[in-house]
Design a protein around this ligand. Sequence first.
Ligand code: DGY
Length: 284
Amino acid sequence: VQGCTGILSLLSDRIDGEVLDAAGQSLRVISNFAVGYNNVDIAEAARRGIAVGNTPDVLTDATADIAVALLLASARRLREGWESVVSGRWKTWEPMGWVGQDLRGKTLGIIGMGRIGQAVAERLVHGWAMQLLYTSRSPKPEVDSQLGGRHVTLEQLLRDSDFVSVHLSLNAQTRHVINGDALRWAKPTCVLVNTARGEVIDQAALCDALREGKLFAAGLDVCDPEPLPTDSPLLKLPNCLVLPHIGSATVSARNAMAQRAADNLIAGIHGKPLPYPVPLPACS
Ligand code: DGY
């Protein structure tokens, strides 16, 4: 980065004070090819007057679709079914074989009711007549009126939900917010889906809960670390389905992300306001 005017970063690139020091005075903009920007030290960027951009909105539908895919796959035990087919354990049709959870009319808990959380809620409330609980910094009247949502505490959400989908951005307050204590509130029949950031969940605690039958299943598009080591205990659990962070992996979403990232980068290099800026903290 030495001498660069702009950095195009991926969510897997940590852009911290050390990188910014290496870039030096010439750096004007960090354009992150993602909507999440937990990989960028925005306080350091703000202190140095460096603009930071992200790629909001254009991956909302793609990510919401993956959350629903994981929820269905985990509820209906697709991983176990597929493994039974390829291993030859599928011998016959069984009345009790691979029995999973129904979706219709169940309670959905959305942790973090931002754009993606809302898109997931729309799909499941309209498609499967689910009842909606959610957490967010404040109640969202439009969610309450259009989707019948109810703003609740994390504890209430975990106690009452049959399906939980996590949509929190990662920061110091949300790291491991779903820890062993929180998981103890969940129903043993609960299906947990995470398409946000792996570090929001205490993965060791999740692994224990899944192994001990305290949760029915988990579907994870994100984990900690990424890539997940192939000897991770999570991968040994039949009730855990892990994907390689593909929430936004559709042709149109990735093209649109690339376009937004390029627009931010070019604007920043020319010293213009970014079209998709990340709000930076005020400097003292
Ligand atoms: C993002 O943009 O933050 C997503 O996690 C990428 O899929």
